[in-house]
Structure formats: structure tokens, C-alpha cells
Design a binder for this molecule. Structure first.
Ligand SMILES: C[S@@+](CC[C@H](N)C(=O)[O-])C[C@H]1O[C@@H](n2cnc3c(N)ncnc32)[C@H](O)[C@@H]1O
Length: 278
């Protein structure tokens, strides 16, 4: 499956933009703004959503960085070679943007190694990680991200997950379909504690279409503003959004379940060198 695009893509990118702007703002206090911001995009795509005419998550990030320039290291990974080549061409004038043609399960150790080389203390590193798969809990390394998130508590985690996929999988679990009864399925409301984040915002999915739930999880509160319909996860509205997402009706008749592993990437060879782009 490649870069999914549709009527909700522009709204998704605006939401990601707002979330990442807040992450950058929080790290911009005078005592920390001269340290680099570390950004990781686990499902980067090529940088542009050509079918719907809007920037993709990598360019959305740079639009924010360019408004308030500061040192950064940004890692982008996609399993589709053409997409990552296109992206590295778009980012070639940015020496600290690194594009990797790889399975995203390979990238977090690379980021950690580079932080070590820069003598960063993992507990104080500011940054963000974007997870924007086509489905719910496939196409990204859940346990590796959990470990990474716990080791780097000041990095914000932005998730954009398909509720349709969640509900299909949940339907299978509830029905006890073969192979599903014992499969782990993290409910939408469980992501903050799973990833070790006590604060954050969640956006109510727009009705219709392939509903996606966008949340940005952090270790510190980010103030009371609710841009783009993002609700504090502890507010009554935020809790309601999670509750509705958790309880989305199960498998629709004749729906095709997204089996775990079905869309998993073939394992590409090792990661590209930073800056090389393939
Ligand atoms: C919904 S698109 C992401 C679009 C992008 N974040 C944006 O905002 O424009 C999902 C992307 O994840 C990539 N992908 C899926 N599985 C992957 C994996 N295991 N490793 C790396 N990339 C993967 C796909 O190739 C696709 O480009």
C-alpha cells in the first residue's frame, strides 16, 4: 500500500502542522532553544500529496521550522524507494534532514546512535515522532517506539491512526476469529499510557470516509488552546473522543479485515546513510 490520500488528507496535514508547531514552541524556551530539535517521521511518503494538492508531513514540519529557525536533526523513512528519492530531492538543501529507504522498524536505533554521537542526554532531548500509517497498528514498530518514547520523555508522539482498521480488528477479536483472540490490540484510549505520556491532545475524527484519529501525546501540558478541534486528553470532550473511538462498532458485514502483516514491507537492506536518500 502506498501514500493514502483522500478528502481528509489536507485536514490531517493541518492537524499535524498544529501539533508539530506546538512541539517546536515548547522546546523554544531560552534555556533549550540552542539545542537541536530531533524529529522522526516514520511514514514520511514523498513530501507532497499530489492527488489532493497539499504538502505531506515532511514539508509541513519544515514550514514550521522555517517560521522559527533553530538547529534540528530530522529523519524521514519510507519503504517505497521512489517516494524517498523524491523526498530527498526536495530536501537536498537541508543538510540535517536525513532520508532513509528502509522499513521503519530499522530507524529508531539509528536515531539513538546519532543522539549518542552528539552527546545528547536522552531524558532531555526535545523533539517529535510522527506515526502516520495507512492502517492502525501495522506499518510501524509499536514496541520499539514504546521503548524509545520512554527513553526520550520530552519527545512528543504524533499518531494518526485509522479507526476503520481498529474497528475491523476489534470486530475479529470480539468474535474470537481464528488467530485474533489472543492478538494484542491497543485501544485508542490506551496509547497515552502505553507510550508513557500523561498529557496531550486528541482530535475528533471528521465523520464519514476512512476515519482517522489524530493525537499528539506529550509529557508536559501545552496550555489550554484547542486549535483545529484538538481537545486536551483529560478534558470531558477529549475523554469522549477516546470513548467513542474505543467503542466504534466492530466488523461491518463483508468487510475485509486488515490482517497483521498483510501490508508489511519487504525488509529492505540496511538504512541509507544520512543525507544520501536511498
Ligand atoms: C499515509 S502515508 C504517509 C503520508 C505522509 N506522512 C504524509 O503526511 O504525506 C503512509 C506511508 O507509510 C509508508 N510505509 C508503510 N509501511 C511502512 C514501513 N513498514 N516502513 C516504512 N514506510 C512504510 C508508505 O509507503 C506510505 O508512504
Amino acid at each position: 500500500m502506498t501514500q493514502g490520500q483522500g478528502s481528509q488528507t489536507e485536514q490531517k496535514e493541518r492537524g499535524i502542522g498544529v501539533a508539530s508547531a506546538v512541539s517546536l514552541r515548547l522546546s523554544n524556551a531560552s534555556q533549550c532553544r540552542h539545542f537541536p530539535f530531533w524529529h522522526v517521521d516514520l511514514n514520511s511518503g514523498c513530501g507532497i500529496n499530489a492527488q489532493v494538492g497539499c504538502d505531506g508531513s515532511p514539508l509541513v514540519f519544515f514550514a514550521n521550522v522555517d517560521k522559527s529557525p533553530r538547529p534540528f536533526h530530522a529523519f524521514f523513512v519510507d519503504k517505497v524507494e521512489g517516494a524517498i528519492l523524491e523526498l530527498s530531492e526536495r530536501l537536498k538543501h537541508r543538510p540535517t534532514a536525513y532520508c532513509f529507504h528502509a522499513d521503519n522498524s530499522e530507524i529508531l536505533p539509528v536515531v539513538k546512535r546519532m543522539m549518542e554521537q552528539h552527546r545528547e542526554n536522552p531524558r532531555y532531548v526535545f523533539g517529535s515522532v510522527i506515526v502516520d500509517p495507512n492502517g492502525y497498528d501495522t506499518d510501524w514498530p509499536i514496541d520499539k517506539l514504546r521503548d524509545f518514547a520512554h527513553e526520550h520523555p520530552r519527545m512528543d508522539i504524533i499518531l494518526n491512526l485509522s479507526l476503520r482498521s481498529f474497528s475491523l480488528q476489534n470486530g475479529h477479536k470480539v468474535q474470537g476469529s481464528k488467530g485474533w483472540a489472543n492478538r494484542r490490540l491497543i485501544r485508542p484510549s490506551e496509547w497515552p499510557s502505553f507510550l508513557g505520556r500523561q498529557h496531550g491532545v486528541v482530535r475528533e475524527p471528521s465523520p464519514g470516509g476512512h476515519r482517522f484519529l489524530l493525537m499528539c501525546l506529550r509529557s508536559m501540558p501545552a496550555g489550554a488552546s484547542r486549535p483545529m478541534g484538538m481537545w486536551d486528553i483529560h478534558s470531558s470532550k477529549g475523554r469522549e473522543v477516546f470513548q467513542n473511538a474505543d467503542n466504534k462498532p466492530g466488523l461491518a458485514p463483508n468487510a475485509t479485515p486488515q490482517l497483521p502483516g498483510l501490508f508489511e514491507a519487504p525488509c529492505f537492506s540496511s538504512c541509507a546513510q544520512p543525507g544520501v536518500g536511498a
